[in-house]
Design a protein around this ligand. Structure first.
Ligand SMILES: [Fe+2]
Ligand SMILES: [Fe+2]
Length: 420
């Protein structure tokens, strides 16, 4: 009686340990090894193994073994008949010597005999075969009692559930991965379409070739200088690429006028932000602010912009970024009625208009990006690619930028660093 009680306590202990094992270890193979060890140890079984079942390959793959000979196969194939029988059998030990009619036991008879295997337990969880447990004889040489078999069942169930959980996680990960790839594809398609569109907008305006593409790139630089996330930076680029999309409805002769346009023509041209908004609004963008950037990229923080004369905080931040990128590109490229402006004038303009037209923080970020590139702090030559060597190698660029940066009103004590 005392021995029975002792055995019971021991078994419960092993079961509890196994339960903890399968739920706590992140390393699946380690879990399988420890589980097998616990199962063999609780009944003093000499050798055994745990295998996972591949539904697609119709095979059992050994996950952990103990005491098997070197030539024991690591993969064991099952035929339909075996699978059907094992599923019908459920999670109960099968006496190998009694099951020789099944093809599985005939094919691997030799290996099973060499390793002196006695029991085979199909791991059936939720009516699905997820693996199997192989058990050799007990150290005492005594046959398995019905009590032993119950313990084997209980422990095998734990192992089966652990394998099923792992399969489920792997399946979830596979699906998540598939979704990620799909999303990545969609994002690439979207971004390519945006770029193609920007190029199409630019084709309409023969004097400002490449304007939208450059505004996209400047906006991207500003967003990254502001420390935005990868997604946000991408969104800023898209907003820049598409900011002038509304121009596709403006007459070509107004856009391409080689003179300063008159009031009527100007009213026509100034409709482009609103039109752009209307074009972009119905599209499902991954970045919510893209239509707003088109609508408000000609607003100024002093309220003197158009179309709505919004003030500072009323203007979406992304529109402020595109506004600076847009203005900077207009100043640094030749227009039909205006040559590109000298570097010092451009910097003066940005500095003077910070707080009037431009958001000071954005101007600072823009200057700092250029400064870091010129001083070699930033390795990538983003400005140089857009502005060309001549612009970037203008004499006195670094001191000019330094003094502009120092002259800018700090937006907070943390962003202001005096440069010498
Ligand atoms: Fe515009
Ligand atoms: Fe523009």
């Amino acid at each position: 009686m005392a021995e029975e009680r002792h055995k019971l306590v021991h078994t419960f202990g092993a079961l509890a340990e196994l339960g903890q094992e399968v739920s706590s270890k992140p390393n699946f193979h380690e879990t399988m090894r420890t589980s097998l060890h616990l199962l063999l140890g609780s009944l003093a079984i000499m050798r055994g193994g745990v295998a996972g079942y591949s539904r697609f390959g119709h095979e059992l793959n050994m996950l952990a073994t103990r005491g098997f000979g070197e030539d024991f196969p690591l993969t064991l194939a099952l035929c339909q008949e075996d699978e059907r029988q094992f599923l019908g059998n459920g999670l109960y030990p099968i006496e190998i010597s009694q099951a020789k009619v099944l093809p599985f036991f005939q094919i691997y008879d030799h290996s099973f005999e060499n390793s002196a295997l006695e029991l085979f337990v199909p791991l059936v969880v939720h009516e699905e075969m997820v693996g199997a447990v192989f058990l050799g004889s007990k150290a005492t040489g005594e046959p398995y009692t019905s009590y032993d078999r119950e313990i084997v069942c209980a422990m095998a169930r734990h192992i089966g559930v652990a394998i099923a959980q792992r399969n489920m996680m792997a399946e979830l990960e596979r699906r998540a991965d598939e979704n990620r790839k799909l999303y990545e594809n969609l994002r690439m398609t979207y971004n390519d379409t945006v770029k193609a569109f920007a190029a199409a907008i630019d084709r309409k305006d023969k004097y400002t070739e490449g304007h939208s593409v450059r505004v996209g790139k400047y906006s991207e630089i500003i967003a990254s200088e502001l420390g935005w996330s990868e997604q946000e930076i991408e969104g800023a680029a898209v907003a820049g690429y598409l900011h002038d999309v509304g121009k596709i409805t403006v007459e070509r002769k107004i856009i391409n006028a080689p003179y300063r346009i008159n009031a009527k023509e100007s009213t026509e041209l100034n409709k482009h932000p609103r039109v752009g908004y209307e074009i972009l609004m119905p599209i499902n963008h991954p970045y919510a602010d893209v239509p707003l950037a088109a609508k408000y990229h000609h607003e100024r923080i002093d309220g003197r912009g158009y179309p709505d004369g919004l003030h500072d905080r009323e203007i979406p931040y992304i529109a402020k970024i595109v506004n600076l990128a847009d203005s900077f590109d207009a100043m640094t490229t030749d227009r039909p009625y205006k040559r590109r402006r000298p570097v010092n004038e451009v910097f003066d303009d940005l500095q003077r208009n910070a707080g009037k037209q431009f958001e000071p923080q954005i101007v600072t970020s823009f200057f700092r990006g250029m400064y870091n590139e010129l001083t070699g702090e930033a390795k990538e030559k983003r400005f140089r690619r857009l502005l060309g060597r001549e612009f970037m190698e203008t004499e006195g660029m670094i001191p000019m930028l330094r003094s502009s940066l120092n002259a800018m009103t700090p937006t907070s004590p943390l962003t202001f660093v005096a440069l010498d």
